[in-house]
Design a protein around this ligand. Sequence first.
Ligand code: NDP
Ligand code: OXD
Length: 313
Amino acid sequence: MSLLIAINGWDHRPWVERFRAAMPDRAVFEAQSAFDPASIRYAAVWKPEPGLLARLPNLKAIFNLGAGVDALLADKTLPDVPLCRIVNPDLTARMSEFVALNALMHLRQVNYYRACQQEKSWAPRDQPAAGDVRIGIMGMGVLGRDAAEVLLRLGFRVSGWSRSGFTMAGVAAYAGTEALPAFLNQTDILVVLLPLTDQTRGILNRALLSQLARDGALGGSILINAGRGGLQNEADILACLADGTLHAASLDVFETEPLSAASPLWTHERVILTPHVAADSTPHALVRAVVENIAGFERDGTLKDVVDRRLGY
Ligand code: NDP
Ligand code: OXD
């Protein structure tokens, strides 16, 4: 009943240490070292080398160590065993911090006041209230719903858009492609917490951004994308910033990561940029939950947070 840890892009060592401490009775291998493929029953992974999991003949389940499974599902050799993702209060709280922080930075005109500070210019501007600002969240899943609660508590007017619809007190609900224009038309700050799928790839393009409200209290529309870089068209975002279609943006994810040093996004005065850190996965918060999921599976065959592969998220 061995576990294989296959992690790329993060330091795998703290994960291996935590899993070994949490599962003292079984062998925990790291993909970087030698292991017998036939001995592996479970794999805990983040962006594993494509084809690796297909080489494990006795694999029973895969545990993705992040919330988004797009990178994993891009591996067409992925074995047809249950695939679980991270749904965890620690990761969710981190994302809501990120969304609230960025919404507040735009509300409180941080780009403008940072520029004033550099010029030693004492130049206060009118300050809209949160209640004057309409935030629309694309993706009302685990992360979108929690962010909505935090934004409501801060006083923003909140709406959400999802594929199949949802009900949440205080949040106007929009569902499906037909409802997208109406949702966008009443949104000042667009928060994107969608998964990357065949349906959502490239959705944040000029055609969509030009439907956002531009008559709001912040003097233009604002994009906050912490979903995936593949959702956005960066050339369109830059062009929309240049011609006023977009007033400002906060971007945590990019079409290609790491973002090229040549990208004009790095130095754009109205872009707040972070290197895919909106909601980190941390071993101390997540390993215990994966171990408990494995224990439940061995006890009665049940698994939590299983991905619907047909939907792609
Ligand atoms: P969930 O699966 O819980 O929620 C996804 C939401 O997106 C659901 O509301 C779903 O609709 C909606 N959705 C999916 N496809 C469509 C579509 N075609 N049209 C409209 N709505 C759609 O995911 P999470 O909330 O847990 O995570 C969301 C994403 O956040 C992850 O997939 C990942 O890409 C990203 N992420 C980024 C991180 C970062 O650090 N930047 C960290 C963690 C996650 P419905 O409710 O109808 O199913
Ligand atoms: C995730 C991420 O999907 O960190 O969890 O991007």
